[in-house]
Design a protein around this ligand. Structure first.
Ligand code: ADP
Length: 241
């Protein structure tokens, strides 16, 4: 499902967090939002999800204007940095939660929920942990459960806010590879936020470089270095030259 952002503005009080954001994301693409802290990445992701409303501009999913739709009606999956799992619920119940909160008409029958949860846990290769509680899992496992929950409603768009930020370097690398192959297999459209340039370059089909509420550059990872006036080089690799 393609995403089109057309002139998005967002202010918090007098502070302009996003300034005329225009961006096209093709169906099936994995897009990385890269930029320093405070550049507006999370705000943009939350606006795409419908967790925050833009002051101006339009958001289209597959050509349809979703700007006025509630977060639930947008049917996107969301993964946060700190997992946001419920401690008092088992792994299976955490994943089922994504389905339990659906409006009654869209909610599958109980038996189907059970089967769907089993399939999702198998997809993230953690079916053996269904009865455990989050406190018994490693960080990497928790994030895979969070991903399974985000995908419970079979969203076509997956949004991830610093999904690997809380994990150590080795697990980050593993999960990156794993997310990339899952993404390619299931063919959804994903946008993830990161301030880690290595992560953005390794994982993305296109990298969006943000700075002070604006988009500085949009390119395939390998093209980011190629332009002599690249803001990416200036912002992130300046010290290398
Ligand atoms: P990033 O994800 O790139 O670190 P954010 O989108 O989180 O940046 O924030 C961009 C700017 O907007 C920051 O200066 C932040 O303090 C401000 N901001 C974000 N959310 C709010 C809010 N709910 N209220 C006030 N200011 C906010």
């Amino acid at each position: 499902m393609s995403i089109s952002l057309q002139g998005i503005d967002k202010s918090f009080g007098r502070f302009k967090a996003l300034d005329d954001i225009r961006l096209e994301i093709a169906d099936g693409q994995l897009t990385g939002l890269l930029g320093p802290s405070g550049s507006g990445k999370t705000t943009l992701l939350r606006i795409i999800a419908g967790l925050e409303t833009a002051d101006k501009g339009r958001i289209l999913f597959h050509g349809e204007d979703v700007s006025k739709l509630h977060v639930r009606e947008r049917r996107v999956g969301f993964v946060f940095q700190h997992y946001a799992l419920f401690r008092h619920m088992t792994v299976a119940d955490n994943v089922a939660f994504g389905l339990d909160v659906l409006p009654r008409k869209q909610r599958p029958p109980r038996a189907d929920i059970k089967r769907r949860v089993a399939d999702l846990l198998e997809m993230v290769q953690l079916d053996h942990l269904a009865k455990r509680y989050p406190a018994q899992l490693s960080g990497g496992q928790k994030q895979r459960i969070a991903l399974a929950r985000a995908m419970a409603t079979q969203p076509q768009i997956l949004l991830l806010d610093e999904p690997f930020g809380a994990l150590d370097a080795k697990v980050r690398k593993e999960l990156r590879r794993w997310l990339r192959s899952l993404h390619d297999e299931l063919h959804f459209t994903s946008v993830f936020v990161t301030h880690d340039q290595e992560e953005a370059l390794e994982l993305s089909d296109q990298v969006v470089v943000m700075s002070a509420g604006q988009i500085e550059q949009v390119d395939a990872p390998q093209a980011l270095y190629a332009k002599p006036d690249s803001r990416f080089v200036f912002n992130f690799l300046g010290q290398v030259n």
